[in-house]
Design a protein. Structure first.
Length: 351
């Protein structure tokens, strides 16, 4: 397993902070003693103990839930680390003050030596337990993030699985109605439907696909509807070249286009026009579907229709509050549906 140097540096700095607090407490309890030796020996013993235990743990098999060795390995590391830290720290302190080796230990002979070793052991065990608890907390937090991500992915797949049959059933219902009045156009529509499903169902199994692919699938769906509506349906799709490769969830535009046809174009004898547009504005991607039809009913305008509700829930699952779906009147009459998405980046990529 590769060494996480950032994590080790963080633990080393935390150990040094503990040692600084300990030396300050020692000075408070023993105000007559000089502070510098307390500081130097405390930091030296603490860092030696940390280095022995932390780097030693990297050499032994580690448990996934804590990032530490098993009970026996941890016990050996802590015991040997405290002993090695006390010896190495005392020698380093002697070298710092230019004294003969073990002069500090000789000065602490007797009860003071036992007290110093007891404090070193107590602090070593306390710091080790602190790091052990951090490792376990990090593991639990990581598992919670993984569980939330898996739940979000499962929810997203469920929403998409509900949306695809909904679109298919509506199209088949339109096809059934056309068979009775114009079998030739019904045959042409069936051929379009087969081609559309072949191109769409496979692509809809991915979490994200290029915006260009989303526009292609929308264009296929509009071509399918044009077979049934004929000249009553006029369309225009506008996708700037620099936005074609942006990743977006599949089946975002098709429910909006379907809504425009059902509630905007079909109720009018003369039909109308549908414009599908993508644009970038101040770090935001806007996907808009505007029609010149009769406008949405009050129920549809509040977004309780199945397709609109599914789109809203998928956006919330993928992006949270960073993405929205808004419905309102179009400037020239009809309805405007606008999807606001964050442009891809470190802070806005779906999780």
């Amino acid at each position: 397993m590769p060494i996480d140097w950032i994590a080790k540096l963080r633990r080393g700095l935390q150990t040094m902070a503990f040692c600084l607090v300990l030396s300050a407490l020692q000075k408070a309890f023993f105000p007559d003693r000089p502070y510098e030796p307390m500081l130097v020996y405390s930091v030296a013993i603490g860092l030696f103990t940390w280095a022995w235990i932390d780097f030693g743990a990297s050499l032994l098999p580690q448990r996934e839930d804590t990032g530490w060795p098993g009970p026996l390995g941890s016990l050996f590391l802590v015991g040997s680390g405290i002993a090695a830290g006390f010896v190495g720290g005392a020698l380093a302190g002697d070298a710092w003050f230019g004294e003969a080796s073990w002069s500090a230990v000789r000065r602490l002979a007797g009860p003071q030596l036992r007290t110093s070793m007891f404090i070193s052991a107590l602090v070593g065990i306390g710091i080790t337990y602190w790091f052990y608890s951090q490792g376990k907390s990090d593991y639990l937090a990581r598992k919670m993030r993984e569980s939330r991500q898996q739940a979000a992915e499962a929810r997203l797949k469920l929403l998409e699985a509900q949306l695809e049959p909904h679109m298919l059933f509506n199209t088949l219902a339109n096809l059934r109605a056309l068979i009775a009045v114009d079998p030739a156009r019904a045959q042409a529509m069936l051929d379009r439907l087969i081609a559309f499903l072949r191109a769409t169902l496979g692509a809809s199994r991915v979490a994200l696909h290029p915006l260009a692919a989303e526009f292609e699938r929308t264009e296929d769906y509009l071509a399918l509807m044009a077979v049934r509506l004929g000249p009553r349906l006029q369309t225009r799709l506008t996708l700037p070249q620099d936005l074609r490769s942006l990743p977006v969830p599949p089946l975002l535009l098709q429910p909006l286009v379907e809504n425009s046809i059902r509630h905007g174009i079909e109720p009018q004898v003369a039909g109308g026009r549908i414009d599908v547009t993508a644009r970038r504005d101040a770090g935001t991607l806007w996907l808009e579907v505007a029609d010149t039809g009769a406008g949405l009913s009050a129920v549809a305008a509040h977004g309780t229709r199945f397709g609109l509700q599914q789109v809203r829930e998928r956006l919330a699952t993928l992006y949270g509050d960073a993405a929205t779906l808004q419905l309102g009147p179009a400037p020239g009459g009809g309805t405007l549906a606008s999807i606001r998405l964050p442009l891809p980046g470190p802070a806005s990529t779906p999780t």
